[in-house]
Design a protein around this ligand. Sequence first.
Ligand SMILES: [Fe+2]
Ligand SMILES: [Fe+2]
Length: 131
Amino acid sequence: MLEWNQALSVGIEGIDLQHRYFVDLIGRLSVELEGEDPAYRTRLINELGSYAQLHFVCEENLMYKLGFPGLENHRKSHRALLEKLNGQIGLYLVDLLDAGEITDSLASWLVHHISTEDREIGVFVNQVELQ
Ligand SMILES: [Fe+2]
Ligand SMILES: [Fe+2]
């Protein structure tokens, strides 16, 4: 199961806090996959969709404010993920997709995205601060 660890830090406290929540939420949903409360599982899945959207808006606004040059490409990655996630949630809601597929694909996307694209924001912030 995905757990937060320091290797996932991008060096920006606010972003790290949101990633932690994101990772925790995926973990809570993973625990509920075998749970006996499908209504709670659906609630968590809806929270996941909303939180992903909120987190991406926060990150994009930060990049905008920083003048980060990779904003457009980064935004495209966020949009692609949201499209995929919303599609998966739609299929889950009509019983055509197992919730475990949502947690698995989102967890691996998130770790990869944090370690590459999100980390670039932290590198950029540190460069700006050193100037
Ligand atoms: Fe992020
Ligand atoms: Fe991001």
